[in-house]
Design a protein around this ligand. Structure first.
Ligand SMILES: *[C@@H]1O[C@H](CO)[C@@H](O)[C@H](O)[C@H]1NC(C)=O
Ligand SMILES: *[C@@H]1O[C@H](CO)[C@@H](O)[C@H](O)[C@H]1NC(C)=O
Ligand SMILES: *[C@@H]1O[C@H](CO)[C@@H](O)[C@H](O)[C@H]1NC(C)=O
Ligand SMILES: *[C@@H]1O[C@H](CO)[C@@H](O)[C@H](O)[C@H]1NC(C)=O
Ligand SMILES: *[C@@H]1O[C@H](CO)[C@@H](O)[C@H](O)[C@H]1NC(C)=O
Length: 335
């Protein structure tokens, strides 16, 4: 028996279904930080049909810190620095530790074992605050078992803020306001899934005259990874949003191979910064943790709309409003 012919309009649900699956995949990739896949997806025709794509080659392939740009009056190392002196001094300061958390249950024990000894260096009124949202694992339950911790949970922010950077900005601003209400001397923002700094690496921030810096951002032990949050002091070196640059180049008529674009725009800057290099002054950097002098953070807020890396507007404000100086400290490594 012949099946009745389907009316033409019945294709519509399939098309809509296909489109919404496509959309879902796109949005999920984006929210999962797999930006490089998006680059591939946004350029499927040329990537799949034209296998003769061209290699994109940056005119200078040195990492940002290897290039020459102004690094004047870097903070001086204290001649009388010692871990003992530093520890005695920190005891009178209040530190507020802040973190945003999502699906990190497997990292909590490690995080706790590294952050508590740092917290204990400071005055007993110091405290740690974590804002959790959108987790599908046991993050919230596990955080609640940590007695010393102040936990704020917000089941679902994803419906309100689609961009991950906007959710992070909301989280960071909420925590920052909380911290400000506690009149801290220092604020330490950390990414709990990667933070594992030991006490001596943290104390290296206090080797420098405290009047000379506002922010000390972490380096990495094996490589510098947080290129999106980075803005150098130079007008020509890495002073733009790297993902916007990648997207722009992918869309250009030059038919560049996607991998060569992300390697040359982002990959080349991921080199490890040797400790001997000393501080690198920047307009913005995060690197998984940053220590802020609390006074330099008032009236500044995070903003992830764009999407752009939410740290950048916050750091630019610290520079503008408070004449704050921001450094990457390669000795303050967190992984
Ligand atoms: C593939 O890319 C090359 C280099 O950009 C271009 O010259 C060529 O015309 C493209 N071929 C097709 C089929 O689009
Ligand atoms: C960087 O560029 C130089 C010459 O411009 C080249 O010899 C070298 O292989 C490049 N290094 C990398 C890692 O691409
Ligand atoms: C270390 O030197 C700085 C300035 O050079 C001074 O303010 C500070 O009190 C000294 N600290 C100690 C413990 O001597
Ligand atoms: C990307 O392209 C837009 C539109 O041409 C331009 O305004 C923007 O500055 C570019 N961004 C980067 C980082 O190259
Ligand atoms: C930071 O702010 C507090 C409170 O307003 C003030 O007492 C202190 O002197 C400030 N510290 C610095 C280094 O400006």
């Amino acid at each position: 028996m012949l099946l009745p012919k389907r009316p033409k309009s019945s294709k519509l649900p399939y098309i809509l279904c296909f489109l919404s699956i496509g959309c879902f995949v796109f949005v999920s990739l984006f929210s999962l930080k797999y930006y490089s896949y998006i680059t591939l997806l946004t350029k499927p025709k040329t990537q799949l049909v034209n296998i003769t794509c061209r290699q994109y080659i940056a005119s200078d392939n040195r990492s940002f810190f290897e290039r020459d740009y102004p690094q004047l009056n870097l903070p001086q190392q204290l001649s009388n620095f010692s871990y003992e002196n530093s520890i005695n001094q920190l005891r009178s300061f209040r530190l507020i530790v802040l973190s945003c958390a999502r699906n990190i249950d497997r990292y909590i024990d490690n995080y706790r074992s590294h952050i508590e000894p740092i917290l204990d260096l400071f005055h007993s009124s110091s405290s740690i605050h974590i804002f959790e949202s959108d987790s599908k694992d046991k993050t919230a339950e596990k955080l609640r078992q940590w007695s010393r911790l102040h936990v704020y949970t917000h089941k679902k922010l994803i419906n309100k803020y689609r961009d991950r950077t906007e959710r992070l900005a909301y989280c960071r601003n909420t925590l920052l306001n909380k911290a400000h209400s506690l009149s801290p001397d220092y604020i330490l923002f950390t990414d709990p899934d990667i933070f594992s700094a030991d006490v001596s690496s943290f104390l290296s921030n206090f080797k420098y005259n405290q009047a000379d810096w506002s922010v000390m951002a972490a380096g990495g032990r094996y490589g510098y990874y947080d290129i999106w949050a980075l803005r150098t002091l130079s007008d020509s070196v890495m002073n733009y949003d790297v993902w916007h640059r990648v997207w722009n180049l992918s869309k250009s008529s030059e038919n560049y191979c996607s991998k060569s674009i992300s390697d040359q725009i982002i990959g080349i800057h991921g080199k490890h910064i040797p400790i001997e290099h000393g501080l690198v002054e920047v307009r913005s950097a995060f690197g998984g943790a940053a220590l802020y002098k609390a006074n330099s953070t008032y009236e500044c807020q995070y903003d992830g709309k764009g999407p752009i890396c939410e740290h950048v507007p916050f750091h630019l404000c610290i520079r503008e409003k408070h004449n704050g100086r921001i450094f990457i400290n390669p000795e303050f490594y967190i992984d």
